[in-house]
Design a protein around this ligand. Sequence first.
Ligand code: ZN
Length: 155
Amino acid sequence: MAQRVVSFHYTLTNSQGEQLDSSAGHEPLSYLEGVGQIIPGLEKEIEKLQVKDKKKINVPAAEAYGLREEKYIVSVPRDKFPAGDIHVGDQFQPGEDPNAHPFTVTEITSSHVTLDANHPLAGVDLVFDVEVVNIREATAEEIKHGHTHDGHEHH
Ligand code: ZN
């Protein structure tokens, strides 16, 4: 089957019903099938839908942004950081890789700073309310690039 580009609107909530994100008022989100542009648990369900279909899709954390892992939580001596210049919630990009998960400061004591490199949504069970708005065949160029050319980014 030809690879497709699927566009959908979504509202994302956690399992307590708190809204985390939504495409309402924006362009729909588009993705090229089969390349991991969206989380696997969501793609697996959306690919069964037709244009105009609406569905509530539950995606357990393990099929979304993964489980929280202790190995991504590290404690660093306080004196490795500039004095007084660090706050809970600050983020640091480790190394040169712009795709690496940033570390978030989660705790500061007099001796240590705790950094967490888990994705902010790791360990969170997600609920997506989706509405498919368009499905089309991918262009040869999109398949070659491995992403859709809908939306803002192009490279
Ligand atoms: Zn491209």
